[in-house]
Design a protein around this ligand. Structure first.
Ligand code: 3IX
Length: 192
């Protein structure tokens, strides 16, 4: 299996964009990023969640690791693609939220599954911002098998759309802001 097997790839980002400028108070290289909401399936503390943690790397990259357990199977001994997509949504969302410090939700998430990901393996995910166009934020990520320079098993690219905080309070729990604050009392902006 070659790493660069031919695939039909549409241009990315799909529209003209501005370079993604990290927020002046964005966490710097080496920063271990906090859980953004303790009941988040991707990074929160709940039983059965993915318990992912992310770290800021050089060049405004965000690194995350996802270890595949027996609880993540689709076929015997192999990761479920939907859970892998979830891990990428988490890593990409972490890059967008922490580097730009703009509240945003996933509008589109596209994944290329290039290699099987066995139970017991760890995906080393690197996410980056590719560009912004108004409220639209484009980001992409690679997931390498078992080491930071292992073969790419999964690729993802996503459109995040910036939203007002009312998005969470009107569509989710009315006390959403209080719940964010309980998890991250020092968080930017969500402390009005
Ligand atoms: C989620 C947590 C955020 C917390 C914030 C607090 C702290 C943050 C700090 C750190 C965060 C750390 C980690 C985060 C980790 C994980 C995050 C997980 C994120 C998710 O898992 S989140 C759940 C899944 N997500 C949804 O639940 C969204 C449901 N959805 C909607 O709520 C609407 O659909 C919305 C708001 C997306 C847009 O609606 P809208 O009415 O506001 O705007 P509109 O439709 O005009 O779209 C505006 C422009 O985006 C283009 N556009 C939109 N969608 C497109 C698509 N699919 N394909 C191509 N283009 C698209 C349009 O074409 C238009 O483009 P143009 O402006 O050029 O016309």
């Amino acid at each position: 299996m070659s790493e660069e097997r031919p695939r039909q790839r549409t241009p990315w980002p799909p529209v003209p964009t501005e370079p993604p400028t990290p927020h002046a108070q964005a966490p710097g290289p080496g920063t271990k990023l906090q859980v953004h909401y303790d009941e988040c399936f991707g990074c929160g503390e709940l039983d059965g969640g993915l318990h992912m943690r992310s770290t800021v790397g050089e060049h405004a990259h965000v690194h995350a690791e996802f270890t595949v357990t027996e609880a993540h199977q689709g076929a015997p001994g192999l990761a479920h693609g939907g859970l892998l997509a979830c891990a990428f949504d988490e890593a990409l969302g972490s890059a967008v939220g922490n580097l730009l410090q703009r509240p945003a939700v996933t509008g589109k998430l596209e994944t290329d599954f290039l290699r099987p990901v066995p139970v017991g393996s760890t995906l080393f995910i690197t996410a980056k911002l590719d560009g912004t166009a108004g409220r639209k934020i484009y980001a992409s990520a690679d997931g390498r098998l078992d080491s930071a320079d292992g073969p790419i098993a999964v690729r993802a690219r996503a459109l995040f759309v910036e939203v007002a905080f009312e998005h969470f309070t009107s569509h989710g729990y009315a006390d959403a802001m209080e719940r964010f604050r309980r998890t991250r009392p020092q968080t930017w902006d969500i402390n009005p």
